[in-house]
Structure formats: C-alpha cells, structure tokens
Write a protein that binds this ligand. Structure first.
Ligand SMILES: Nc1nc2c(ncn2[C@@H]2O[C@H](COP(=O)(O)OP(=O)(O)O)[C@@H](O)[C@H]2O)c(=O)[nH]1
Ligand SMILES: [Mg+2]
Ligand SMILES: [Zn+2]
Ligand SMILES: [Zn+2]
Ligand SMILES: [Zn+2]
Length: 234
C-alpha cells in the first residue's frame, strides 16, 4: 500500500497469493500503474511541462548524456531530473554539479521505475510551467521497457561499446522508444560497432524511430537531440 498518496492500492508484489491469484494481482498492479502514468501525463500537459524517460543498460552513458543536455539547454529550458538507481546518490551528485534540481530514487532490489515512483519524486522538485523533466531509469534494457512513466518521449540509449546487435537482442526496449540515441560515438575508432547496421536494425524493429548519434565527450549530436526534445512543445 502506498503510504503517501492514499490511493489505496498495492504498489508492489507484496499482495502474496499463488497461481491464478498472483497473476490477477500482477495484472491489477500493472493496470493501476498505467492509471498513474496517464494521470501524470495529464498533469504535465496541463502545466505545459514534458517528461522524458531515458532507458539504457548500465554504464551506457545516460547520466553523462543528461548532464550534457542540461548544459546545452541552459537558459532555454528549465530542466528537472529524477534519477533511478538501486543504490547510491552518485548520479544525482553529477546532475547537481551541472546545476539542475535532482531527486534520487533508490529502488533497492527493483530493476525499473514506475510512474508512481516518479510522481512521488516530483514532490521533491520545483515543478514549474514549461519544465523539462528528465528521468534516468534504472540501468536495464529489459523491464523498464514495459513501464509507462507518463512520459511524452522515451529515449533508448545504446553505447558503441555494447555491440551492434543489441536492438535485436532487446527488441521491446527499441519498439517502445521513438528515439534511439547511440552514445560514446567518440569511441567509434576503437570498437567494431557498425552504425549503419545498427540503424537498419532499429528501423526494422520500429520504422520511423529517430536515430541520433551522440558523444558527451565531443558534443556531437547534442544539438540534434536538444532539438528533438524541444519539438515536444511545438
Ligand atoms: N568516451 C566516452 N565516455 C563516456 C561518454 N558518456 C559516458 N561515458 C563514460 O561511460 C561511463 C558510464 O557513464 P554514465 O553516464 O555513468 O552511464 P550510465 O550508467 O548509463 O548513467 C563513465 O565512465 C562515463 O564517463 C561518452 O560520450 N564518451
Ligand atoms: Mg547513470
Ligand atoms: Zn503513492
Ligand atoms: Zn496508486
Ligand atoms: Zn524491473
């Protein structure tokens, strides 16, 4: 049960039960979470704010990308950040260092964020009309793909050090995101990552996906990505 919002529904697997009962509870939890996501999206829309859900494997460069984006958008757009990790405030500290308000969620053993988590995180951030809320999901290309956080845009990140075939291995993550960001492109000369083949895989899984090649080191692709995000208001 959520102690904060009083919505009176279970927010985790604590319902117990077995067999059919467990499945029914899981479906109930998922349906309930979708309701949270829809409510959050509506609230953001009313405020003229937008939420961006960033997913990607551990170490693919999500935090570095967000820090670079925040710098890029400085003076143009108020950025607020929600960080999700099993443990530590490391990423929140890195975001704070570039001057954005940030709230760190500790998920403990849970490998993804939910809309309900994000709603409570926002209680700790200075929300304002027109704000861009950047959510860094728990590093994982599997189950974060299945949870709507109430976002206007989902970005899936893949670094050039992870291997070209990851879109084919994690198709759900790439099917559920409208923007695929390749990170660490500065390392391309040192790895065998095939940009052309990866782009084709992504297009095969979800035609029309925006494919943006970036480096937080040399700044490439950041203007393009900032423009994609800014277009959420147009
Ligand atoms: N060369 C290079 N390294 C990067 C880039 N982005 C992130 N990194 C490094 O990759 C590691 C993981 O980055 P981090 O942002 O923590 O990834 P996260 O776990 O996805 O948030 C860190 O050592 C970063 O300095 C990049 O664009 N180029
Ligand atoms: Mg991170
Ligand atoms: Zn709650
Ligand atoms: Zn609830
Ligand atoms: Zn999970």
């Amino acid at each position: 049960m959520c102690e904060h919002c009083g919505c009176g529904h279970p927010h985790g697997p604590e319902g117990g039960g077995a067999g059919h009962e467990t499945i029914a509870i899981e479906q109930d939890v998922l349906a309930h979470d979708r309701a949270h996501a829809q409510a959050l999206r509506a609230r953001m829309s009313e405020l003229g704010a937008r939420l961006v859900n960033v997913i990607g494997g551990p170490g693919c460069g999500k935090t570095e990308l967000l820090a670079a984006l925040i710098r890029k958008l400085e003076g143009r757009r108020r950025c607020l950040v929600v960080e999700g990790d099993l443990a530590t405030d490391n990423d929140a500290a890195r975001i704070r260092a570039v001057g954005a308000p940030v709230h760190q969620i500790h998920t403990g053993t849970v490998c993804h964020l939910t809309a309900h988590d994000v709603e409570h995180a926002l209680e700790h951030l200075p929300m304002e009309p027109g704000a861009l809320v950047l959510v860094e999901n728990v590093g994982n290309l599997v189950c974060p793909a299945m949870f709507d956080l109430g976002e206007s845009l989902r970005i899936v990140c893949l670094s050039v050090t992870e291997g070209t075939d990851k879109p084919q291995k994690y198709p759900v993550a790439f099917r559920e995101a409208s923007v695929a960001v390749i990170t660490k492109s500065d390392l391309l000369p040192h790895v065998d990552f095939d940009l052309h083949a990866c782009r084709a895989m992504v297009a095969d899984i979800r035609p029309g996906t925006r494919f943006v090649v970036t480096s937080a080191r040399d700044g490439s692709g950041l203007t393009e990505l900032a423009d994609v995000i800014s277009s959420l208001w147009s």
